[in-house]
Design a protein around this ligand. Sequence first.
Ligand SMILES: *Cc1c(COP(=O)(O)O)cnc(C)c1O
Ligand code: SF4
Length: 328
Amino acid sequence: MTSLQNWQELLKQGINNTADLLSHLQLDPVDVPEALLPTQPFKMRVPLGFVARMQIGNPHDPLLRQVLPIADEHKLSSDFTRDPLNENISNPVPGLLQKYKTRVLLTISGACAINCRYCFRRHFPYSDNNPGMNGWMAAIDYIRARPDISEVIFSGGDPLTAPDNFLATLANHLASIPHVTTLRIHTRMPIVLPERINNEFIDWFTGSRLKPVLVTHCNHPQEIDTSVAYAARCLQQAGVLLLNQSVLLKGINDNVSILTTLSNKLFECHILPYYLNLLDKVEGTAHFDLPQTTAIALHQELLAHLPGYLVPRLIREIPGKPSKTLIR
Ligand SMILES: *Cc1c(COP(=O)(O)O)cnc(C)c1O
Ligand code: SF4
């Protein structure tokens, strides 16, 4: 019998229905008529520690709005589709996506600690794409056979929903491939469940010859509290390069002052802004979308408020391109 780790307990305790979430925030469902109570198939899900950073009684709270299912999700819009990134065509081995020449992405786990309403994951069939340990060895063989690949990205879902012994085993195999130099993890855990960043994780992540890079996903300065800052400091002191990507979201962070504060707070945590993503046009997310011209104007203004190294690159993902597409 193995006992669950603290972070796994916290994961289980997360709120998974709208009624409980509204009740936690002392909101009367009558005052939030757009909220959806049953939410199949993309369930509501949010850790209690993240809920604690929401403002009590505020139905417009920017953290709440990232996780609250609302009726607008059922509005269809012709240019918002189920797989806008065409991920099915770049999936040569189960669990592995290669779109770019020098780096591959492993979809380590379909699960997340939080379900973000704007996410492409609401439709992607990750459950069909977890190949089991034999399958992961096929992914390792694919990487071993391709000397152009220098960087492997653990992604998902959230790869840090997987246990450390499994992740450490994969990392060991990767470290045995001479042309792989860098192990990057894309995860929202340090933000939404910072207790996940424990010694066991840091030990394997920084314990091999691979250069460790961790890209967090934080959209709003209110997501950063002392627990997040502590996790970031532990990672930074262990030698992990910390970067952040955000998604530009209407009604959440489409504002120069919010984005400026976000960059400054990330910097206090030794995290450098990396990408500001334009929304992928995923069915059910049109209410978060902003015109590209608005995004460009916002980004232009950011340059006046921040040193260049704290301005994230404004990008969008266009299927079939050899990299992300730099808008500015
Ligand atoms: C975004 C992405 C990457 C990483 O791209 P960078 O520009 O290096 O951050 C790699 N592989 C896939 C499939 C991606 O979607
Ligand atoms: S993959 Fe990232 S953005 Fe999508 S639901 Fe999970 S944590 Fe949120």
